[in-house]
Structure formats: structure tokens, C-alpha cells
Design a protein around this ligand. Structure first.
Ligand SMILES: [Zn+2]
Ligand SMILES: [Zn+2]
Length: 145
């Protein structure tokens, strides 16, 4: 797992490099992204940010997410039946574990994926540049209910 503080410092440095205006709202949003393990939606980030900065606009959240995505620093997960979710810790393709009850999204530890990629590349002749793997299930908390 990425160290949230390191990730936060990295994201702030990258944004500064691009000479982007770093308002306190933006910095707080970057911190939420760096610290969250839950793959929040934009709406969720917005409501969290609003607690600290009541005047924050939704546009701030969407613009910052779009910029970080363009810079390859955030992974966007689109779902046909749910809001897009964001991973600010691991901005590269990796498998996700989605709870069908509470929509919690985790990063499971999967060791075989590199082998799978290599095998598919060898068999198909493709150069693999990414993947999307979602595993659906019922999380332990939801199972208890
Ligand atoms: Zn659940
Ligand atoms: Zn993830």
C-alpha cells in the first residue's frame, strides 16, 4: 500500500510543477484522495470537502479530478449503474473488489495478474497496455447484516 503522506506530497509537487494554483480547497481534496482507501466518487469527495470548506464548488472537485486524471495521477473507474469512482493511491490499472451491497471498493492482493498479462501477450501477440478487472462480492460487514 502507498504511504498516504508520500502520495500526498507527490501529488502536491506534481500540481505545483504544472504551476497550478493550489488553493487550500485543492490541497484538502488532494489529501482526501491520498488518504482514502475507499475509491470515493466525486460526490462523496465533494461532501467531505464541504465539511471543511463550506463554500467549495462542485466544479473545483471535478476540475481537479480531471486534471489529475490527465496527468495520470488518478485512476477513474466508470460503472454503468453507479457514479465514477477514483483511486488516488494507485493511478495504474489494478484489480478491484466491489461489494454489491454497500458499493465499497477495495484493492485486493492479486499475485497472478502479471503472469496473466504475460500469457495473454504471448498468445495474442498484443502489447498489453492496461486492463480492467472487477471482482464482485458481498463484503464481510454486509454479510453480517
Ligand atoms: Zn458491503
Ligand atoms: Zn484501487
Amino acid at each position: 500500500m502507498t504511504d498516504p503522506q508520500e502520495r500526498f506530497d507527490h501529488l502536491v509537487a506534481r500540481l505545483r510543477e504544472r504551476d497550478h494554483r493550489l488553493t487550500p480547497q485543492r490541497i484538502a481534496l488532494v489529501r482526501l484522495l491520498a488518504e482514502s482507501q475507499e475509491h470515493p466518487s466525486a460526490a462523496h469527495l465533494y461532501s467531505q470537502l464541504k465539511e471543511q470548506f463550506p463554500t467549495t464548488s462542485q466544479a473545483t472537485v471535478y476540475k481537479t479530478l480531471a486534471l489529475l486524471k490527465e496527468m495520470g495521477e488518478v485512476l477513474e473507474l466508470g460503472f454503468s449503474d453507479d457514479d465514477n469512482r477514483y483511486d488516488g493511491n494507485k493511478p495504474y490499472p489494478h484489480p478491484h473488489l466491489v461489494c454489491v451491497c454497500c458499493r465499497r471498493i477495495m484493492d485486493p492482493e492479486v499475485a497472478l495478474l502479471k503472469t496473466l498479462e504475460r500469457e495473454v501477450a504471448e498468445l495474442s501477440g498484443y502489447q498489453i497496455v492496461g486492463h480492467r478487472l472487477d471482482l464482485y462480492g458481498i463484503c464481510p460487514d454486509c454479510q453480517r447484516e
